[in-house]
Design a protein around this ligand. Structure first.
Ligand code: PEP
Length: 257
């Protein structure tokens, strides 16, 4: 039996300048100080805006905090004439362990295709980062295709771009549940998480399917986190709004099943 260590990931989106970021991480480190021994059992990562990464990196290193760092997006290109883009190598240099690819706010707000999301995952992986591949259906998709079809297609397209030995995380985020205060039920989330894991078995074999963490995201709070973590195929959460408050995020991190 593979032990998948739960991952609680805080996506700050376009919130907090670097000074506010420092203040939040300091508060977080204070509220989590007694929980640090838990860090072997739960992995915690924050995903600040690019402009905050250096400040947060410095703080985490100086304080020896067992929080990990991730970025919210990455260029599919390595380097060169790509104005405004940030490369995976640059993120790796800032000790980013993770990077989100294909968040619905990128897919929908910036017309990112499955193909591009896969290329971003590939670029991240090549630089030693673990891509967090975000997938999820809109309310319209849900009515037309049911819950799992779109997430499964998005996952297959991204995984197709990754080499056989690549480590990655999958985040199932129904678009209708993001920032809406209307989370999927734990049963709904588990059903799609299970389908995603089954498809990983077909795409990558039993070992990868058993070792890959599948997160749920969409209006996660300290009130509902445990219900997701109790599901056999859900291995953590991608938390948006609730990751911006130190008290609430630390309650989420210290979930009790
Ligand atoms: C997200 O942005 O990935 C997210 C899940 O947001 P929220 O928790 O605010 O719904």
């Amino acid at each position: 039996l593979v032990n998948r260590i739960p991952l609680i990931a805080g996506n700050w989106k376009m919130n907090l300048d670097h000074l506010q970021a420092i203040a939040l991480v300091q508060k977080l480190s204070w509220s989590l100080k007694d929980a640090r021994h838990n860090f072997g059992e739960v992995e915690v990562a924050v995903f600040p805006p690019f402009t905050d990464l250096r400040s947060v990196q410095t703080l985490l290193a100086a304080d020896k905090l067992a929080l990990k760092l991730g970025a919210q997006d990455v260029s599919p290109q390595q380097a060169g004439a790509y104005t405004g883009d940030i490369s995976a190598e640059m993120l790796a240099k800032l000790d980013s362990a993770y990077v989100l690819v294909g968040h619905s706010e990128r897919r929908h707000g910036h017309s990112e295709s499955d193909e591009l999301v896969g290329e971003k995952a590939r670029a991240a992986q090549a630089a030693g980062l673990v891509p967090v591949i975000c997938v999820g259906e809109t309310a319209e998709d849900l009515e037309t295709h049911g819950a799992a079809a779109i997430p499964l297609a998005q996952l297959a397209a991204a995984v197709a771009k990754l080499p056989a030995d690549a480590e990655f995380v999958v985040a199932y985020e129904p678009v209708w549940a993001i920032g809406s205060g209307e989370p999927a039920t734990s049963e709904q989330a588990e059903e799609v998480a299970r389908a995603l894991r089954e498809s990983l078995r077909d795409l990558r074999g039993d070992d990868v399917a058993a070792a890959t963490r599948v997160l749920y995201g969409g209006s996660v709070t300290s009130q509902n986190i445990a219900s997701y973590l109790r599901q056999p195929n859900i291995d953590g959460a991608l938390v948006g709004g609730a990751s911006l408050k130190a008290d609430e995020f630390s309650r989420i991190v210290q979930f009790k099943k």
